[in-house]
Ligand binder design. Structure first.
Ligand SMILES: C[S@@+](CC[C@H](N)C(=O)[O-])C[C@H]1O[C@@H](n2cnc3c(N)ncnc32)[C@H](O)[C@@H]1O
Length: 506
């Protein structure tokens, strides 16, 4: 694609149809025109009138960046989240009826639910991962905490240190040696101490969440994009490097996080923020909304069970098709919650976005049969099979794989499975939405082996096939870069980050 910068771009025009700034050319989707891209080009043309680059949304709004310092939303840092502003902007644009109900089938840290609550709307979320459940339990009680009780706990944390505990941190393989010994002792001591405090259930849940929220800060690890980076002082890295050096290899260069805070100090800082936030929030409690619920489970299983025609809007962001494994990045938090071996099941239950995900089709087919909804499952599979752009991508990736340009063959299965599962979600969202309801999906386009996968266009065409009317594809002005491997081999192809908006017809 040739990006033609218009002289007025960004000065007078806050929003502009993409068609005015782009020209479709060969090689737009398939680097070096290795594979046919006609179906993808056809989609780009089909949706060119609704593709709109807009400064209304920025990379900041579609990421967690502004939530880091935002009242309530900052309590648990969820890098994969979007901002409360995004939810606010979309809810205002959707103009919901008062008391309307919003759904987020990939709720994460529950930004959609919390912002809906603050704006007086009802909200329902579905989320698989337990650390998000705990974050929701603590944050959703913000208007109910007893401030005096929390101040007393803060004073207690400041004045006393819990005595050494007999507990050990419930490590899983990948979290071993993540903490210096003295820090690990402190974590288990606080875990035990909080359990014995004679406080309200609300306060105890908050303490448990706060301890979870400081784990990264006090550890030898840092979440960084897809990876958990390790400080070279961690025992695991020291041992690995001793082996490498003995084998004549260069030692692995870890990060250096500087002096780690004590758990006690980290907790006090967190308590200060939280107490201040609660004081602010409780001065302006939201209008009562009748439904605030997080369903703890797999959205592929839970959505089909929800009643039809219930929701006025959907605001969500699924995992992107980028191989990012949440169960690895949040291993510390999951281990703290004693998830143990269940981590493998959680990984497999996630929407298929890693090469390790095995197909779920057999189980899903059975689930739909069990709830007497096989027709919906069969119809979805037909839609996926008949989507020309998706099938073009499947074949293009196959070709790239034959040429040795895909570094892991399982990517092919992952992409096909990703869209199949998402189409089931689109089908269910259509069913559970009221007529006129709007649906917003934040997602990233991706590229594998030189083939661009326009997730925004394909999703919109799949959503259209299940019955939605495409309304807009908002494109964030700043594009996403490519991995250095992809750049070296296939050149630079900035990728869109989009918010697709669809509507269930009236
Ligand atoms: C991009 S994040 C959503 C972040 C959210 N918008 C926020 O602001 O925190 C996607 C979420 O989907 C969840 N998820 C992935 N597969 C799921 C599944 N099958 N069922 C339920 N949740 C799932 C992940 O655990 C993750 O929290």
């Amino acid at each position: 694609m040739q990006q033609l910068t218009m002289p007025f771009a960004g000065i007078h025009a806050a929003t502009k149809p993409i068609s005015t700034i782009t020209m479709l050319d060969a090689g737009l989707f398939s680097h070096g025109e290795v594979y046919n891209e006609a179906a993808r080009l056809a989609l780009e043309r089909r949706y060119e009138d609704i593709l709109e680059e807009t400064s209304k949304f920025s990379r900041k709004t579609v990421s967690f960046q502004t939530n880091k310092v935002k009242t309530l939303h900052s309590w648990f840092k969820y890098r994969e989240g979007f901002s409360a502003e995004l939810v606010e902007l979309l809810l205002s644009e959707f103009d919901l009826p008062s008391g309307g109900t919003v759904l987020d089938p990939f709720a994460g840290s529950c930004t959609t639910l919390l912002q809906s609550k603050i704006m007086g709307y009802s909200a329902v979320g579905i989320e698989l991962l337990p650390h998000c459940h705990l974050a929701w339990q603590a944050k959703s009680r913000a208007f109910e905490y007893n401030l005096e009780e929390l101040k007393e706990i803060r004073a207690l944390v400041k004045e006393t240190a819990p005595s050494k505990s007999g507990l050990s941190f419930p490590h899983i393989k990948i979290t071993e040696t993540a903490f210096p010994d003295e820090v690990e002792n402190e974590i288990t001591a606080y875990t035990e101490w909080f359990d014995t405090l004679d406080n309200s259930e609300n306060a105890l849940i908050l303490c448990k969440m706060l301890l979870m929220s400081v784990l990264e800060d006090v550890s030898y690890t840092r979440k960084d994009g897809q990876y958990l980076r390790w400080d070279s002082r961690a025992e695991k890295i020291i041992e690995r490097n001793q082996i490498r050096v003995a084998q004549g290899k260069k030692p692995f260069k870890g990060i250096y996080k500087g002096q780690l805070p004590t758990v006690r100090n980290a907790l006090i800082w967190k308590l200060d923020t939280v107490i201040q936030d609660i004081a602010t929030l409780q001065q302006q409690p939201p209008v009562h909304s009748h439904e605030q619920l997080l369903i703890e489970g797999n959205t592929l299983w839970e959505l089909p069970k929800l009643a039809a025609n219930h929701f006025d809007a959907v605001i969500t962001s699924p995992p992107y098709a980028n191989r990012y494994d949440y169960t690895r990045t949040y291993a510390l938090e999951l281990a703290y919650l004693n998830i143990g071996q269940d981590i493998f099941d959680l990984r497999q239950s996630m929407l298929s976005c890693t090469v390790e995900n095995k197909p779920k089709n057999g189980k899903l087919k059975q689930h739909y049969a069990d709830i007497n909804a096989s027709n919906r499952y069969d119809k979805t599979i037909e839609i996926v099979k008949n989507n020309a752009a998706l099938q073009e991508i499947n074949r293009a990736l196959e070709r790239r794989n034959e040429r040795g340009e895909i570094n892991n063959r399982s990517i092919l299965r992952m992409i096909d499975q990703y869209f199949t599962e998402l189409t089931l979600i689109y089908m269910e969202l259509y069913r559970v939405c009221k007529a006129g309801a709007r649906v917003a999906f934040v997602n990233d386009n991706v590229r594998y082996g030189g083939e661009v996968i326009p997730v925004d266009l394909i999703s919109t065409s799949l959503a259209e096939s299940v019955g939605f009317e495409p309304v807009k594809i908002y494109v964030i002005p700043q594009r996403k870069g490519n991995s250095s491997q992809q750049m070296k081999r296939f050149g630079r192809r900035p990728l869109r980050k989009s918010i697709t908006i669809w509507q269930k017809p009236l």
